[in-house]
Design a protein around this ligand. Structure first.
Ligand SMILES: Cc1ncc(COP(=O)(O)O)c(C=O)c1O
Length: 458
């Protein structure tokens, strides 16, 4: 039974440096006896004007937004609804290539023409950095009909883009800016965190409460300062959210907002500062936040770099779990992300620090030749994603004289950012890069299928 499995994990003594942000350390069990549906007096999520609208008003106050909507199907529902509310079929959307798969799904479902921006790369690290405002401007100049720009800020690794500049550029070119701020729900609650996307001028943002705040999994908010979008957003949310929203989840959103309003994040901030200070004692492992100053970073994400050692991210994550009972959020080729929140304890931070110091003491420096594995060029687009999926009748690819066109996504999960999108050409070089990635322990979805297809060609 899943229940037994969950209980075993809860009792295992493993410390969670992963989502959800309540860390199972937040009083307020939400029981069956409170689980109701939209009976009289309990408002309607799809047309709220009572108790649910009051929660939205509270979110508007706390996030300084003109309109907030409750999401019970994650930031995913907010992203799908926003893209559909702002665009028309066939529109061009400027999209950062490191967007979450919900953005790609929205583009496909809405029949849009994506023009991608590759975010900056950071030194030798294998993850994307910020989106360059100059590049957004170039693409808007080259695509004057683009209605929407979509970026992710902060990224999974906590790196923020210059949303202020990007939003000014979007405004100058008549495009709306949607910021996937799923990992930044905690930003308004401590001056040491980066500014929110709406404060920086974004038209719409989506925050996952469950990722970094004490809120149940699936809970999130859609926020906008553009009141002309209120009706279209509400209409589209009715398409992408269930008609039976869980009152327990919505109650969880209210409790989370209540917590954020009435509690200080100072102690959490202090623990983070202490952790970073002490982690300067690490010699071979290092923390991204301690060595990166190019753009604002969410220090709540502990990005532990293994690039100067022989360890892969996966190996470090396994050691932390198996030897120290510390479960992290994700591991990449040469880094591990440990997610923190205001619900973390001093004991948790101390356990992680001493585990890292102990591991650091027993490993050696290594100049491993790790090929750069995040894409630094984009695959050639042959079809828009919506047209490519229509060509898929059981076949994952279209074999043409100019190459193999993918009809599916190829991505590593986590973080779920696609290397190849339906309608793009797959090259042999790409498959070689995926092969090195899978040898490093990363799961690359669809890689083997495409590898077999390319190998079978003359
Ligand atoms: C950058 C980013 N955006 C959006 C999402 C989707 O958020 P949710 O799980 O709240 O639907 C995720 C999920 O991991 C994410 O990492």
């Amino acid at each position: 039974m899943l229940e037994d499995k969950l209980k075993r994990y809860a009792q295992s003594g493993i410390y969670p440096f992963h989502m959800p942000g309540h860390k199972r350390n937040f009083s307020g069990c939400l029981p069956y006896e409170l689980d109701v549906t939209e009976i009289d007096g309990f408002d309607n999520l799809h047309e709220p004007d009572g108790c649910l609208r009051e929660i939205e008003h509270r979110a508007e106050r706390l996030y300084n937004s003109k309109r907030a909507f409750l999401l019970v199907n994650g930031a995913t529902a907010g992203i799908l609804a926003s893209v559909r509310a702002i665009t028309h079929r066939g529109d061009t959307v400027i999209t950062a290539r490191n967007c979450h798969k919900s953005v790609y799904n929205a583009i496909e479902l809405c029949g849009l023409n994506p023009v991608y921006i590759l975010p900056d790369t950071i030194d030798d690290h294998n993850f994307f950095g910020a989106v360059s405002p100059g590049r957004v401007k170039e693409l808007l100049l080259g695509n004057p009909n683009a209605r929407l720009v979509i970026i992710t800020s902060p990224t999974y690794e906590g790196i923020c883009s210059d949303v202020k500049k990007i939003s000014e550029i979007c405004r100058d070119h008549g495009a709306k800016l949607l910021v996937d701020e799923a990992h930044g729900a905690h930003f308004p609650f401590c001056a040491d965190f980066p500014q929110t996307a709406l404060e920086c001028g974004a038209d719409v943002s989506v925050v996952s409460l469950h990722k970094t705040l004490p809120a149940p999994t699936q809970t999130a908010l859609l926020l906008t300062n553009d009141i002309s979008l209120e009706k279209p957003l509400q209409n589209q949310l009715s398409v992408f959210q269930t008609s039976s929203p869980s009152y327990l989840l919505m109650c969880g959103i209210e409790k989370c907002l209540d917590f954020a309003e009435n509690n200080s994040f100072k102690e959490y901030n202090k623990m983070l500062d202490g952790f970073y200070r002490e982690s300067l004692r690490l010699k071979k492992l290092s923390l991204l936040f301690n060595c990166y100053g190019a753009s604002p970073v969410d220090k709540g994400k502990l990005v532990i770099l293994t690039d100067k050692t022989a360890l892969t991210g996966r190996e470090l994550a396994d050691m932390l779990r198996e030897e120290f009972k510390l479960e992290t959020e994700m591991s990449g080729a040469d880094y591990v992300i440990a997610m923190t929140s205001v619900c973390d304890t001093k004991d948790g931070f101390d356990r992680l620090l001493s585990a890292l110091l102990e591991i650091d003491g027993r490993i050696e420096y290594s100049d491993k030749e790790l090929k750069f594995i995040i894409p630094t060029t984009l695959p050639q687009k042959v079809f828009d994603p919506c047209d490519a999926v229509l060509l898929k009748h059981g076949d994952p690819a279209l074999i043409r004289s100019d190459g193999v066109v993918s009809l599916d996504y190829i991505y590593a999960y986590p973080p779920g950012i696609p290397f190849v999108v339906p309608g793009e050409l797959i090259s042999r070089e790409m498959l070689e890069a995926f092969s090195s990635l899978s040898k490093l322990g990363l799961k690359i979805s669809n890689y083997e299928r495409y590898s077999r297809i390319l190998k079978s060609l003359p």
